[in-house]
Design a protein around this ligand. Sequence first.
Ligand SMILES: Cc1cc2nc3c(=O)[nH]c(=O)nc-3n(C[C@H](O)[C@H](O)[C@H](O)COP(=O)(O)OP(=O)(O)OC[C@H]3O[C@@H](n4cnc5c(N)ncnc54)[C@H](O)[C@@H]3O)c2cc1C
Length: 460
Amino acid sequence: MRVAVVGAGPAGVRAVEALVAAGLTPVWIDEAPDGGGRIYQRPPPGLLRDPGKLYGFEAGPATALHAALDALKPRTDWRPETLVWHLRPGAQRLSTLHRGRQAELAYDAAILCTGAMDRVIPIPGWTWPGVTTLGAAQIALKTQGCGIGRRVVFLGTGPLLWLVAYQYAKAGAQVAAVLDTTPFATKAMAAPGLLRGGTTFAKGLYYTAWLRARGVRIAEGITPLAIEGTAHGVTGVAWRDSAGRTHHVDCDATGMGWGLKPEAQLADLAAVPFRFDAQQHNWVPQRDAAGRTPVPGIYLAGDGAGIGGAEVAEIAGARAALALLEDSGHRVDAAQVTRLDARLARQARFRTALERAFPFPAALARAMADDTILCRCEGLRAGELRAAARAEAATGPAPEVNRAKAFTRVGMGRCQGRICGAAAAEILAAELGRDVAEVGRLRGQPPVKPIPIAPAAEAA
Ligand SMILES: Cc1cc2nc3c(=O)[nH]c(=O)nc-3n(C[C@H](O)[C@H](O)[C@H](O)COP(=O)(O)OP(=O)(O)OC[C@H]3O[C@@H](n4cnc5c(N)ncnc54)[C@H](O)[C@@H]3O)c2cc1C
């Protein structure tokens, strides 16, 4: 049986581990030069850094995952630096690109462990040089040992905001401010549920306390007004506090992000139906608790199946592999299945509290000023989307977001809406007076990430 696993982060590693333990030799693909995924991403060969410095409190799990990854590579058909850019469900084929070479790979079953990316709300000035996502700021530090600037403002909301600010300050960068759009009271109300997270919650408290103790400027419940700058780069950030006062801080770089969204384009191409998860405020591919999708042979695990965090990803990876094995006639250990299911259920309760503590500020996206660049690939401003939506709605049925893409080119560029899509849907929904779930989501299109034209033509 030909099994493909896409992704070698926490979910992919544990999925492969279970498949290998059952005697299978899966094809294992990751576009990165090595496995580890986002949280446990490794520096390039030659850049040797102590795991304690690199991963902080996560050094133990990181080292354990890397050891499992390295032990599994020779027992699989391991293909790093290989992007899966298309998935053809009818033909049960993956199209891959490795160092410019296109290849087709047949599969009988696939586990997609494709992870997540930052969720972005465009704000005025977000396209200045020196603005990155929180995740990108962290990856620069983690894999290259360098920061995005000397004096950095971190802006947005979610656990990653505080973690990255802490990691930068700890590494010696000057953190000019941490600006959280979520009010302190919202987080405090979620505290009883967050206690279920045990050490994860404790670590979060530690990061914030550490930053406060070192006098880092912190503001919560803020509304970002603008990232100020010139063509040469960022010069500062302006925001409004909950009492309506405006503030400004100088900086030479800004990391921003509002939680994560699943990288689910391959699931989309596989024709897995999606649903709007109101708690996460994300579109997520449909699957059961074990990771089975309605599409035979397609299984999902980890953040690509809905944001759950690294611990959940490891459990879900193992669980999806067991589901695949069970469905293909292998005997699986029922006690192990029960244990994994119980752990997933416990983690889901913590996740609910986390989503309450750091809600996606949809109102911020909906209130985006008309002249703010919404889709940076196409240079499209928020007001242009609003005007086009009004014009369309005046002459026919209210448009959904893919129709909006056709008439404005929003999400049509290199990122395929992965960056602007969530905010575009909010703006469209607000303009049409509809719920965001009603305007839909930008459908995934091949190639899921930019590739040269020649391999795409070869595969056509
Ligand atoms: C930038 C970033 C930084 C993060 N940092 C932290 C952190 O410090 N602490 C924390 O607790 N959580 C962090 N998170 C969240 C955490 O990474 C995830 O919860 C966890 O890694 C999920 O594991 P996963 O296996 O589902 O996905 P990931 O770890 O994201 O792994 C997915 C893997 O799939 C590969 N992949 C994706 N698409 C394709 C494709 N089409 N073809 C080939 N390969 C593909 C990727 O290269 C990646 O290696 C971060 C998330 C992001 C996006």
